[in-house]
Design a protein around this ligand. Structure first.
Ligand code: ARG
Length: 575
């Protein structure tokens, strides 16, 4: 099996470093592309790292390493700036890299990712609350979570995606009471979620006037928990109706779950965890017979595991979930993709889970910020409820207009299909191309345009590349045997960018940040367009040059397709 050049560079660097009398682990040798190609194709800061450890001057270390370096794969190696080692690769290295990549992308990516032993990750995404419309934060969790799942699968993990629905808790007692008291079944049947939401709001309004209502709500929930037939039936009906709505959105987003174990799934699994925590003396007595876990930091409130009236809580179910995940999949990683508003809660949960020694897995709260709407109409929506289906409709309508304006050579049916792909893709890409740790801006004008970091721009780039390849009449198998002819600067930049893909994937996985992939694809598109606008492919000066450019184009397509698939975005066949 061939080796990727970045790995080869790492290997020769490691040898040189040892030969020069220094010591380093392979994992500490990082190779990145340079900011400007005039300074080299790739650069390593390893000399600065070694200087830091040995107290020597970085440039001196770099020079020593270069003296011991096997330079057969390089055109040139220099010391730059404060002590970077900069490399120019020989043209033949790019040829082997592209042939490898075009030949078998799976094989190409294997080795830099995952490693031989299969690891498992369970990931909790989407988790909307039953009887309420899916919120914007649930949309973020669904889309970011789906991409993280795909990235980890690509990295060789076994991934189980679990939709932890909010389908249990005292609010269902209130809702049942409200349905019985004020509800009209036929109206609920017709328009379930808005009607249920109204009833829930009504309960709260009425309970403000008459606090006694809360007791009725609690009573109905208690009956539900104890298996009361009528209450169970009503609850099931609510869950089913909600699921129908959620499924419509999931279908449009093209996301799937491996399991849907909502909070109610843990109802019969809580007694075991309660007993265990009590036996271990971690659940101690709180006020009036409640069970609590004392906080690590005395300034924090304790975690309440069981209320004075015996009711369980959100955290009780989450603890049972962790225990169940451990028992069922014994994963290496347990991930919850949830809004930053629950940060404190997750710290508390993980702390309690740790003390109970529920799992050896790494627990990760992948948090994301708020969505901020540029569109005043959306940001001032009453109750901050944006109907997600309307948002998706609008995205598709806007994409339709955009496609028409662009004057693409497509039939009306094709434009419709394209606007569906482009509209949904734009919503996803807008979320995934921004760093999830800050607030996420939602701006129609920036999302749906053929310029800049947007889905239409990226899709246009890749479909254009595909059409060139298609017109050439060659297929992948022929192309993977072509050689690269002396590359222009624009081509070399593409080749460098291509080689950074495995690293980008790794980073996206390690940091749980799909935006690394999105931004990578944007850069690759820019490099490709610069090249495309200045260099003929099918009408290249010679047959060899044509083949060379086709090989490179094929590699760009492979990587663009792969990147898009990791973001969960479909690509149209043509535009
Ligand atoms: N359903 C909850 C909500 O909407 C989010 C659940 C997050 N996941 C968890 N394991 N607690 O607030």
């Amino acid at each position: 099996m061939s080796k990727k050049n970045l790995i080869i560079i790492q290997d020769v660097l490691l040898k040189a470093i040892k030969k020069a009398g220094f010591d380093v682990k392979i994992g500490d040798i990082h190779i990145d592309k340079t900011k400007m190609i005039e300074h080299g194709h790739f650069a390593s800061n390893v000399a600065m790292f070694l200087a830091g450890k040995t107290g020597k001057r970085p440039r001196e270390v770099a020079e020593k390493v270069i003296e011991s370096l096997d330079q057969s794969i390089f055109e040139k190696v220099t010391v730059a700036g404060p002590g970077f080692i900069n490399f120019w690769l020989e043209q033949k290295c790019y040829t082997t890299e592209c042939q490898f990549l075009a030949d078998d992308l799976n094989d190409y990516l294997y080795g830099s990712l995952g490693g031989p032993s299969k690891k498992t990750m369970v990931i909790d995404t989407s988790h909307p609350n039953v009887a309420k419309p899916m919120g914007v934060h649930h949309l973020l969790s669904t889309i970011i979570g789906d991409s993280i799942k795909k990235i980890y699968k690509r990295a060789g993990y076994e991934v189980i995606n679990d939709n932890y629905l909010g389908d249990w808790g005292t609010q269902f007692g209130k809702l049942i009471y409200a349905i019985r008291t004020w509800g009209v079944m036929s109206a609920i049947e017709k328009n379930p979620i808005p009607e249920l939401l109204n009833l829930y709001v009504k309960f709260h309004d009425e309970a403000e006037k008459d606090p006694g209502l809360d007791d009725f709500g609690r009573l109905e929930f208690k009956k539900l928990e104890e298996g009361d037939r009528e209450n169970r039936k009503l609850w099931k009906f609510i869950v089913e109706k909600s699921m129908d709505e959620f499924n419509r959105i999931y279908k449009r987003l093209n996301v799937e779950f491996d399991v849907i174990n909502g909070e109610s799934f843990y109802e019969d699994k809580m007694p075991a965890i309660l007993k265990y925590g009590r036996d271990e003396k971690i659940f101690v007595d709180g006020e009036k017979g409640a069970w609590i876990v004392m906080p690590k930091d005395p300034n924090d409130p304790p975690a309440v595991i069981k209320k004075a009236d015996g009711a369980t809580l959100y955290i009780t179910r989450d603890l049972a979930r962790i225990q169940y995940w451990e028992k069922t999949w014994s994963p290496d990683l347990m991930v919850n993709v949830v809004d930053v508003a629950q940060e404190f809660y997750f710290n508390q949960l993980f702390d309690v889970a740790d003390r109970l020694k529920l799992t050896g897995a790494q627990n990760v709260h992948v948090k994301f910020g708020r969505m901020q709407f540029k569109d005043a109409r959306m940001s001032t929506r009453k109750g901050n409820i944006i109907l997600l289906e309307e948002l998706l409709d609008e995205a598709e309508e806007r994409a339709y207009k955009l496609a028409q304006e662009k004057g693409l050579n497509l039939s009306d049916d094709e434009v419709k299909e394209l606007s569906r792909i482009m509209g949904i893709g734009a919503v996803k890409y807008n979320i995934l191309s921004q760093s999830r740790t800050t607030n996420i801006t939602f701006d129609w004008d920036r999302m749906l345009t053929f310029e800049g970091n947007s889905v239409p721009y990226l899709m246009y780039t890749v479909t254009r590349a595909k059409s060139v390849l298609h017109k050439s009449g060659f297929d992948m198998k022929d192309i993977s045997r072509f050689d690269l002819e002396a590359a222009t600067e624009a081509e070399t930049k593409i080749l460098i960018q291509l080689m950074m893909y495995p690293d980008t994937l790794n980073r996206a996985a390690e940091e749980f940040k799909p935006n690394h992939i999105a931004n990578y694809l944007y850069q690759l598109s820019q490099e490709f367009n610069t090249f495309y606008n200045g260099n003929p492919i099918l009408k290249a000066e010679s047959e060899d040059l044509k083949k060379s450019r086709l090989l490179m184009t094929a590699c760009v397509i492979r990587i663009m397709d792969d990147g898009f698939s990791l973001l969960g975005i479909s690509v149209p066949d043509r535009m």
